[in-house]
Design a protein around this ligand. Structure first.
Ligand code: AMP
Ligand code: GLY
Length: 424
């Protein structure tokens, strides 16, 4: 088979690595890809939002399966373009990707189908939002831009003043662009966060092993929200009992709700969960693999990813069971100093050869490129260093050891990825 992967981050590197393991695959393309992905895939210079060009490429090169890694093209309808041209593609159609593309949609869906989530109100008028905040809100409170905002459109406000500023940022100054035309105001929840990714074929859902992300930029969960600074898998807090609850009251009901709405979901549903004192509740849905969740979940997956994706597309996921290794993985993101605000790019990087021949260690590229034959930094999140171990403690020790194998002058990382493991 020939497979085309669309995207250029650490998640797409992990997907490419996973696809490359499949005995069914003999050629991988990635659009646009990055320096690390080029080890398994031929990178082609087509942007993820150039739907017709991507489909032209797939057609011309007789690509058998296209896998969409990123949220923007999914929400923009890339799958519909491929399907209309008779091309096989893995991911939700536009009318299903709205599960991630509109937080107001997903909140209304959960309310209608009694899926546990935080109490909320949607607003498309700043004055009404402010009135609600002044008259009815309990603090802290959470403001969310409705649309895609690179994981940064969520503001936790401790008092009315912060909330008023938040409404201004989201709805008036349009800090997140049109994503802020509508806003969700949501009850603040406390508890452990867990990410559960799943494969879905429109009716059947098969969940993957759990993971936990670290969204804030600085140690101790301080600083700004980022795309994710590191992950571990599995989450020791995600017990069998919690899994049973979620399968019954969250996962299958979400798939059934989408089907009932005439929006059958095929692809990956990412459940961002909060394990509250009242039980698990949905924080958010994503319509794709998490980044950097994929970098700890996929290295532990034993099942052939291409077979699962094909089963999803063909509506026969019920015939499959997913298998994961009985071990653990930790991913530490190496970022550019200053991320997520301001940082330098184009810095030369060294040490990649240290990963050669090291089983259970992975150097997933997130923002890198070749410049005059040398790998240089090309983004805020630069690499995801993943290591496996027999348990979380060993995986964490291994991952931090491997972070030392790579050098670049503005390298930044959190030093407490997986610290919660000690409390488990
Ligand atoms: P989201 O993009 O919706 O996952 O939000 C980003 C982060 O904001 C989450 O991972 C949580 O840490 C936090 N968050 C979002 N919604 C809430 C909420 N209702 N209560 C507390 N924290 C939240
Ligand atoms: N790591 C969180 C996300 O991919 O949205």
């Amino acid at each position: 088979m020939k497979v085309l992967i669309v995207g250029s981050g650490g998640r797409e590197h992990a997907i490419a690595w996973s696809v490359a393991k499949s005995p069914k695959v003999d050629k991988i393309y990635c659009a646009p890809g990055n320096a690390g992905i080029s080890e398994y895939a031929e990178c082609v210079p087509i942007g993820a939002m150039e739907f017709e060009k991507l489909a032209d490429f797939a057609e011309k090169n007789a690509v058998d399966l296209t896998v969409i890694g990123m949220d923007d093209p999914l929400v923009g309808g890339v799958v519909d373009v491929f399907e209309s041209r008779g091309l096989k593609v893995f991911g939700p159609r536009k009318n299903a990707a709205i599960l991630e593309g509109s937080k107001a949609f997903s909140k209304d869906l959960m309310k209608k189908y009694h899926i546990p989530t935080a109490a909320y109100e949607n607003f498309s008028d700043a004055e009404k939002a402010l009135k609600y905040l002044r008259e009815q809100a309990k603090f802290p409170i959470v403001l969310k831009a409705d649309g895609l905002a690179l994981g940064k459109g969520v503001l936790i406000c401790n008092n009315l003043k912060e909330a008023e500023e938040g409404v201004k940022e989201i709805m008036e100054d349009k800090k997140f662009g049109s994503a802020g035309n509508t806003m969700v105001i949501e009850e603040f929840m406390t508890g452990r966060e867990v990410s559960v990714l799943s494969f879905v074929d429109g009716k059947t859902i098969r969940t993957m092993t759990s993971a936990q992300d670290h969204k804030r930029a600085l140690d101790g969960d301080q600083g700004l929200n980022t795309g994710g600074m590191g992950t571990f898998s599995p989450s020791p807090f995600y017990t069998e009992e919690i899994d049973k609850f979620c399968q019954k009251y969250i996962y299958q009901p979400t798939v059934d709700a989408m089907a009932a709405e005439g929006r059958p979901f095929t692809g990956i549903i990412f459940f961002g969960l909060m394990l509250t004192a009242e039980g698990p509740k949905v924080l958010e849905y994503n319509a794709r693999f998490g980044d950097p969740e994929a970098q700890v979940v996929l290295p532990r997956m034993k099942t052939d990813i291409v077979e699962v994706m094909e089963a999803c597309i063909e509506g026969r996921l019920d015939e499959m069971e997913l298998e994961f290794e009985d071990n653990a993985a930790v991913c530490v993101v190496l970022a550019s100093e200053g991320y997520p605000v301001k940082y330098e790019k184009g810095i030369p990087m060294y040490g990649f050869e240290n990963f050669k021949g090291k089983d259970g260690y992975y150097c997933f590229h997130a923002g890198t490129k070749f410049q005059d034959g040398q790998i240089v930094t090309n983004g805020g999140r630069v690499l995801g260093i993943t290591a496996k171990g027999k348990d979380l403690k060993e995986a964490r020790k291994n991952a931090y050891e491997a972070t030392e194998w790579i050098q670049f002058s503005n390298k930044y990382m959190r030093h407490d990825i997986g610290k919660a493991i000690d409390e488990a």
